[in-house]
Structure formats: structure tokens, C-alpha cells
Design a protein around this ligand. Structure first.
Ligand SMILES: Cc1cc2nc3c(=O)[nH]c(=O)nc-3n(C[C@H](O)[C@H](O)[C@H](O)COP(=O)(O)O)c2cc1C
Length: 364
């Protein structure tokens, strides 16, 4: 089955292809800016009274039971190559008992004949599956059309991605972000599945989290700074102007650990992602209040280098790191880990203080 060739959908498919290419071959992660997980420490327990086999990593999220608190976050769709990636990584998710996110389904709205490139439900019948659309595109569609997008892939929830930094650097990107809260309020009230608001690598602040909560959003993927930088990816693809603008904003964003710390106590169910590369970082994220952890780039790279087995091996390695941290903090369950005290560094505390001084002033 070949994807179709209408001009608008061709542009989207070419862009997706170049994103996959750049993410495989170029240095697309933040340089000189980190997630700040190095500013978080868990307290060692020399007397854990636990065996590795006692640990329980199961978690209920968005109506599904996962065998580990992990999600492969949304990456692709729209082309034959993207279908193979989606299908294979969905199979990995099914095998590991974790969640799987589809990439932006914008191309499928432009050209419904590309829908098959997102059709992974048969390969992952029990997996927590997340549909994906940009906030601006969702604002341009009736709720019924967005519902069709979710239904057609059999998703359990819809990720609505917020990516103003990426759009502003992308030469052909969106330039207006008006009406975002209204769109989310409408979708949360009218969609048949829950909405997950998701960044794409610049993090979500406390004030934005509160605004999202007020709009009815219950789930956030913080996708903070320190991992894949979409400012960088777009500046690598762009003209001179984009490159200069991209260079200027190459360190923009809220580090993932700072975003998590800011959002603690908002009542939102949090997914930690953006630069999570080890099981120890994932343990810290869960201790900071995340219910799930997610990653995109390392899973994609492992898969491209060694197929589905390499992706499964990487996920096992990450979960081994998480398990080790659980034993070493005396945490039998993820809920126990979430209760552990944390030692926080000064740079992280500065972000938390800034978030609290913004409270009460409304979204700025
Ligand atoms: C190749 C690639 C394509 C992506 N495409 C999308 C997308 O279509 N929609 C979206 O919400 N996020 C997309 N993302 C962002 C990821 O879901 C994630 O939020 C971000 O990359 C940070 O995680 P990481 O540092 O583990 O890569 C993409 C990431 C990668 C690496």
C-alpha cells in the first residue's frame, strides 16, 4: 500500500521523513542544557528488607494496566517508512506491557488515504495507545472530526501537542497560538476519550499546568528540556533565518525535572519525558510525582540500529535501573517510591521558587 501524493500531504510527509532522518543522523539533543535530574537525589537505604522479585511495577493509567511505568512517546506516521516504525514499536510496546504513542495525525486529516500508516491496533491489541494532533490543528477541526481521528486508530486517549517553540523556528510553521485554551476546553468537554496535553521538549510550567487543569485537562506529558530539541531539529532543516533564530533559542525550555517539580500538587496525572535516558532518572521522576515515564529518541535510535530486539533490550535495561533504585530506596511499589524524600540542588530549587512566585498572578 503506497501513501498518496496530494501537495499539502506531500509536504507533511517530506517533513516527517526529514525529521526521522535528522533524528537518526544528527546531534539533535540539547547541548549545554540538561534535564536537571542530576540535581535530584534519592536517599540510600542500606536495610531495604526487599528482594528484587518482590517489586511490583504495575501501574493503571488511562484505563489500562501497564506492566511497567513506561511509554514510547509519539513520533511518526504518514509514510510507508513511518508505518513500519509505528507497527514495530507498537509490537515492542505490546511485548513489554508498556504504552505507545502515535506521531501527529495531521497528515491523515489532510489526506485520509494515509490513515493506514497509523493503523497499529491489530499489532498491539491490549496496549495503551495514544492518538496525536497539534493544538492548532485541533482548533481548526470540529470535535466530531477529531473524534474520528481517535476512533479510526482505536486509541485510548488523545495527545494534543503544544509546540510553539518548534513552530516559530520551522520556516513553514504556525505563527499564531491564539485560542488554545478554548480548544482544549471544548475537546475535554466533548471528546469521547481523555485528553493528554503534551509538550515536545520545552516543558510545561506551573502556570500553564494550572491553566490546562482549569480547561479540563487531567493528564500532562511534561516533555521537558534536556533531551531532543525541536528548535535544533528545525534549525537544521531550515534556511539561514531559521538557523540563526534556532541558534538563539537553542537553550530555551524548562528542564524536565524542573517542570515535574513545578507541577507537583496540581492534581494533574503526570508523564515525565524529555531527555530521560536511564532507569535511575526514571526512578527520580516517579519519586517527583510522575505516574509514567516516556522517551522517544533513544527508543527510535535503538530500533533503527538493532530492530525490535534492540528496542526491547533498551526498555529492559531502563526498567532494571528503575528496579535497582526501588530496592535501594526500600520501595516495593511505585506508590512507595513516590513517597520517598528527595534531596534537591540549588539550580532546581531556583526553578521551583520562580514557579511559586508566579502563583496567584494567573498565567503570564
Ligand atoms: C523522530 C521524532 C518525531 C517526533 N514526532 C512527534 C509528533 O509527531 N508529535 C508529538 O507530540 N511529539 C513528537 N516528538 C516528540 C517526542 O514525543 C518527545 O516529546 C520529545 O522528543 C522528547 O523526548 P525525548 O528526549 O525522549 O526524545 C517526536 C520525537 C522524535 C524523536
Amino acid at each position: 500500500m503506497a501513501a498518496t501524493k496530494s501537495p499539502a500531504s506531500r509536504l507533511l510527509r517530506e517533513r516527517k521523513h526529514s525529521h526521522l532522518d535528522l533524528c537518526l543522523s544528527e546531534q539533535v539533543e540539547y547541548r549545554g542544557k540538561t534535564t536537571l535530574f542530576e540535581e535530584v537525589e534519592l536517599i540510600h537505604n542500606s536495610l531495604p528488607e526487599l528482594a528484587l522479585e518482590d517489586l511490583d511495577l504495575n501501574v493503571d493509567f488511562l484505563g489500562k494496566r501497564l506492566r511497567a511505568p513506561f511509554l514510547i512517546t509519539g513520533m511518526t506516521g504518514g509514510t510507508e517508512e513511518a508505518f513500519t516504525v509505528n507497527r514495530d514499536l507498537a509490537i515492542v510496546a505490546e511485548q513489554c506491557g508498556i504504552g505507545f504513542g502515535l506521531g501527529s495525525q495531521r497528515v491523515m486529516q489532510r489526506d485520509p488515504r494515509t490513515a493506514w500508516t497509523f493503523a497499529v491496533r491489530e499489532s498491539a491489541p491490549t496496549t495503551l495507545l495514544l492518538a496525536n494532533i497539534g493544538l492548532t490543528q485541533a482548533g481548526e477541526q470540529s470535535t466530531e472530526r477529531v473524534n474520528q481521528l481517535v476512533d479510526s486508530v482505536g486509541a485510548d486517549a488523545l495527545c494534543v501537542h503544544l509546540n510553539p517553540a518548534q513552530e516559530l523556528i520551522q520556516p513553514e510553521g504556525d505563527r499564531s497560538f491564539r485560542g488554545g485554551c478554548d480548544t482544549l476546553r471544548r475537546l475535554c468537554a466533548e471528546l469521547t476519550v481523555p485528553v493528554v496535553a503534551k509538550e515536545t521538549g520545552c516543558g510545561i510550567s506551573r502556570a500553564v499546568g494550572e491553566a490546562l487543569r482549569a480547561a479540563g485537562v487531567g493528564y500532562l506529558d511534561v516533555s521537558g528540556a534536556g533531551g531532543t530539541s525541536w528548535v535544533r531539529v528545525e534549525s537544521l532543516r531550515g534556511d539561514n533565518h531559521s538557523r540563526r533564530l534556532g541558534e538563539l533559542f537553542s537553550s530555551w525550555g524548562i528542564p524536565t525535572a524542573a517542570s515535574l517539580a513545578m507541577l507537583r500538587g496540581t492534581g494533574l496525572e503526570l508523564i515525565a519525558s524529555g531527555g530521560l535516558r536511564t532507569g535511575l532518572e526514571m526512578a527520580k521522576a516517579i519519586a517527583m510525582g510522575a505516574r509514567l515515564c516516556g522517551a522517544a529518541l533513544p527508543i527510535y535510535r535503538a530500533y533503527r540500529e538493532g530492530g525490535t530486539q534492540a528496542a526491547v533490550d533498551l526498555i529492559r535495561e531502563l526498567m532494571d535501573g528503575l528496579r535497582t533504585a526501588m530496592v535501594l530506596t526500600g520501595s516495593r511499589t511505585l506508590a512507595d517510591l513516590a513517597q520517598q524524600p528527595l534531596v534537591l540542588g540549588e539550580r532546581l530549587k531556583a526553578w521551583i521558587d520562580a514557579a511559586h512566585s508566579q502563583r496567584g498572578k494567573g498565567q503570564q
